[in-house]
Ligand binder design. Sequence first.
Ligand code: S5P
Length: 271
Amino acid sequence: MSRLSYGHRVELHSNSAAKALLSLMERKKTNLCVSVDVTSKASFLTIIDAVGPDVCLVKTHIDIIEDFDQDLITKLQELSAKHDFLIFEDRKFADIGNTVALQYSQGVHKIASWAHITNAHPVPGPGIIAGLGSVGHPLGRGLLLLSEMSTKGNLATGLYTESAVEMARQNRDFVIGFIAMSRDSLHQKEKDDSEDFLILTPGVGLDTYGDTMGQQYKTPYEVVFNRGCDVIIVGRGIYGDGKNIDISSVQTQAKRFRQEGWNAYLKRIDG
Ligand code: S5P
């Protein structure tokens, strides 16, 4: 499955967010998602405008923005239209269905109203998909399950990962794929040729192997070519520590990761 082009895989999905993302990657020729983990509205929007031409997806942690307001969402949507990228709120929902439905739709951030894609930990069981789906599915949103994590010592392995894949298989209209470190968990159990999940992979770097808090980095080549993942998620590798942002360096790094990710993908589909 991972040898098919992004464009060919559009038809294998019924979910509109999955279709939109695959079409966009094919059209724009990028599998780079930038994770914009900065805390001020100004830096957030500046980085997104700078990397916008090179990304298929912008990943947000909207709850870390100190001066969040509705205007930030309006501006984020304007940048999404200007540069042609989708928005992924990395909310990592992890509660019972009823609670996550409220967290997804209500409160200050009203995530479902602007994020094309969000994600959830499978730990509560299928009720979390039912809760999020009751809000997101009618809006054409897509959900990713965290079936694996990038950090040292994480517990999302073995049976946990396999169970996450099974939960996704029961909900393919809304669960479009996984946050995972490789395609292996799917290959072993792939049931039929029409099954296609997106694999989005964080913990991607080119110049460092990790941080002091358990993060572990792999190269875009390792992730996309060797491990069959679809989207590389890069944060600090592009904008450093988020202080004193140097826009030309942010743009240079974004282009560098984009090129590495795309070349690895071309080599993969070339077989
Ligand atoms: O297992 C994970 C899952 C996620 S979504 N490991 C991760 O690092 N992430 C997210 O990816 C994390 O929350 C952060 O926003 C981003 C990685 O950032 P970086 O600066 O280390 O590239």
